[in-house]
Design a binder for this molecule. Sequence first.
Ligand SMILES: CC(C)(COP(=O)(O)OP(=O)(O)OC[C@H]1O[C@@H](n2cnc3c(N)ncnc32)[C@H](O)[C@@H]1OP(=O)(O)O)[C@@H](O)C(=O)NCCC(=O)NCCS
Length: 327
Amino acid sequence: MFGFGAMIQKLKEDPKKIVLTEGDDPRILEAASRLLASNFLTPILLGDEQKVSNAAEEAGYNIRGAQIINPLNYDRLDEVIQEFYEIRKEKGMTLEKAEKMMQQRNYFGTMLVKMGIADCLLGGATYSTADTVRPALQIIKTKPGNSIVSSCFILVRPGATGENEVLAMADCAINIQPSEDELVEICGETIKCAKIFGIDPKVAFLSYSSHGSGKGDSVDKMRNATLKAQEEYPDVPIDGEFQFDTAVSPRVARQKAPGSKVAGYANTFIFPDINAGNLGYKIAQRMGNFEAYGPILLGLNAQINDLSRGCNALEVYSMAIITAALT
Ligand SMILES: CC(C)(COP(=O)(O)OP(=O)(O)OC[C@H]1O[C@@H](n2cnc3c(N)ncnc32)[C@H](O)[C@@H]1OP(=O)(O)O)[C@@H](O)C(=O)NCCC(=O)NCCS
């Protein structure tokens, strides 16, 4: 299904370790037991060893082989605290504060990735997006050449011809009000991610206006971002600003954007802000029968991903594979 086979194959050739911050959550335990049975991804479950084992036993999941790390008694805790302090001391961090923060699994788990003890991290079954992402922004940081961390969702549903319909949408989860230049960067990162999922990207910059039909600052922002993105990524079909119907309906596109190579056939969508993006992907998920995978964080030095608090075990399992395969 949409590149999962290739991702699993990649992990079989180069197995990874993934931190799952909410180690005693039944959904995490179910996903961990499935991962352990398949042998290409080793979960590191964070939490009290006894509590995690008891929770697994009660729920009937076999987590033999999983590494369980309790941040409170980890044998390398002093080293983790010291390194975290070094990273954040210029931001006013003290050793005392660092020690306290390492009791929080989101911060501790992110440090395991930073120190190379794990390859990647998936959290957010109980933490908010902000609480999962903030440690990554502060510790893992934006990769060289990028100015922001952003995110995209991959949406998948079975198509009429039997092939999956796969779309990419960004930024639906991180940047609240991206600027023109940030939208261009989001576009570039989303193109790369879309390709990994087998999408041949045709990118639409979305708005309430199609090629100048509406006026306003946010229309100008999307039009200018389109022009800059076309210049920056000349090999990819990019167009806008488009209303959503212009982007996906060939009939509407003929009227509102004649001659566009993207209009009517877009499969990669750049939203003007997080309100539009977050609502947009959820409408597709809840009313359009798409499975939504993400948010997949883009532009970080290591792969850290966030789960929705409403996630189920299958989503945890799928996101764990995606997170590790993108590492
Ligand atoms: C991502 C988010 C949590 C950051 O908020 P925040 O922690 O209050 O941000 P701050 O301005 O205090 O920045 C914290 C650190 O992250 C960095 N940062 C913030 N946003 C960033 C971004 N988009 N890319 C890279 N770094 C970023 C800051 O530079 C700062 O680093 P520093 O401490 O080393 O100086 C915030 O943008 C947010 O809440 N986004 C929406 C999340 C959400 O609710 N999504 C919907 C559900 S899916």
